[in-house]
Design a protein around this ligand. Structure first.
Ligand code: HSE
Length: 431
């Protein structure tokens, strides 16, 4: 029997889920994996306010150093979140030869490379399945399930809060604020939900997926990021009529030794499988060779979904208890000479919506501006004369470089016939 002493740092939604799960699965883990996990120390800044019933012999403390300085603790499970001091805690744990399991995407996105180097040097393991898609095994599918494949593109719905909000706005006509409050109540959102709705949480996760799928350690500032706060019921309704749906997509493609990486609301066909991923569900769509296209989906946020990922990491660790290297640490290495395509050079189709004067010549003026920037028009929808002086106009463009589209957008905004701030949403033609 492998008796494994765990030091748990952070006793919030996920931390308490992990404690519950380890208790529920105690016998099963012993019988099936020959592993006995004992939470020797639990550190949390507000431990005195937490419900710690059932933790028996566990030392409860406010001081995470009690975990780091205890030579009997084999594994540090870091679930406190935030960049600091979580990063320093992981560094010190690895330096002391302790294994680390974390759900902290901000730290793995920012310092994964450094942490893996340390882990190798000190013969320790680092696992982080819950960083992306909670317990939905998105890390595992790239590093293990599809080991040996090469990836050309990935498309992720990787923020449960945003997907929940967009679904609630689309299907239940809920307001943005109501939907966010509900996501918070259900334990999906980060303690600072701004990170969810401004897209940064997805960006952290995309950086991790890119490092694993393409071997590129990308800085989060090199990932173009837009959140969902500008999405309105108007756009959702217009999209529906065009057989499209809006998802916050994390997109990465590898073309000619350049990585294109972006997170933004995206219109996709309702016929694509990603369009049916709703509520808190996350999904990862991978273009893999030789495997072919593959879609993985599951609950991407919430207490027990995240706890499931942590448990799976602990089991992987226990199964490789005396091993000196893991599949993960081999994969976490950098491919040389891979560049980054700046957002200005990225080509996409756009949906463009604004209010315009209902008078002859309006459409030709708009077409003129787009033509000047060599942007082709795929379709134009303008309501028939309604007796009102302004009407909504929706233009779908052909593929256009972002740089030219932005210039055209500025010009359109300045036209006197345009009566509202134009809204632009990128579209993605998924196969
Ligand atoms: N706040 C995150 C989300 C939690 O909504 O997806 C899971 O990483």
């Amino acid at each position: 029997m492998n008796k494994i002493n765990v030091g748990l740092i952070g006793y919030g939604v996920v931390g308490s889920g992990v404690v519950k799960l380890l208790k529920q699965r105690e016998e099963y883990l012993q019988n099936k994996f020959n592993a006995q996990f004992f939470i020797k120390t639990l550190a949390d800044r507000s431990i005195h306010k937490k419900d710690t019933r059932g933790l028996g012999r566990t030392l409860l403390t406010k001081d995470y150093r009690k975990v780091l300085e205890d030579p009997e603790i084999d594994v540090v499970v870091e679930l406190m979140g935030g960049l600091h001091p979580a990063k320093e805690i992981m560094i010190e744990a690895l330096k002391r030869g302790k294994h680390v399991v974390t759900a902290n995407k901000a730290v793995i996105a920012a310092a994964g490379k450094e942490l893996f180097q340390l882990a190798k040097k000190h013969n320790a393991h680092l696992y982080f399945e819950s960083c992306v898609g909670a317990g939905t095994p998105m890390i595992n599918i790239i590093t293990d399930g599809l080991a040996g494949n090469k990836f050309s593109a990935l498309y992720g719905i990787i923020n449960g809060t945003c997907n929940f909000i967009l679904t609630a706005m689309t299907k239940n006509k809920m307001s943005f604020g109501q939907a966010l409050a509900e996501a918070q109540k259900r334990g999906f959102a980060e303690s600072n939900p701004t990170l969810d709705i401004n897209g940064m949480d997805s960006t952290h996760k995309l950086a991790i997926l890119i490092s694993l799928a393409f071997g590129k350690f990308i800085h989060v500032k090199d990932i173009y990021t837009e959140g969902i706060t500008q999405i309105s019921h108007d756009d959702i309704e217009h999209a529906e009529k065009l057989n499209l749906t809006i998802k916050l997509l994390a997109i990465a493609k590898k073309v000619n030794r350049k990585i294109e990486a972006r997170v933004h609301p995206t219109l996709i066909s309702k016929d694509h499988p990603l369009a049916s991923i709703n509520n808190v569900y996350n999904a990862l769509y991978l273009e893999a060779r030789p495997m072919g296209d593959i879609l993985l989906s599951g609950e991407g946020a919430g207490q027990m979904a995240a706890a499931s990922g942590v448990l799976s990491d602990l089991i992987h660790l226990a199964s490789n208890w005396k091993g000196d290297t893991s599949l993960l640490s081999n994969i976490y290495s950098e491919v040389k000479n891979l560049g980054i395509r700046p957002i200005g050079q990225v080509k996409t189709k756009y949906y463009l919506r604004f209010m315009a004067s209902d008078k002859p010549g309006t459409l030709s003026k708009l077409a003129g501006v787009l033509g000047r920037y060599k942007i082709g028009i795929n379709s134009v929808t303008q309501k028939a004369h309604s007796g009102k002086s302004t009407v909504p106009v929706i233009i779908l463009t052909d593929d256009a470089p972002e740089r030219l589209f932005r210039l055209a957008l500025q010009k359109i905004d300045q036209l006197s016939i345009v009566k509202s701030k134009p809204v632009a949403i990128r579209m993605e033609n998924l196969n």
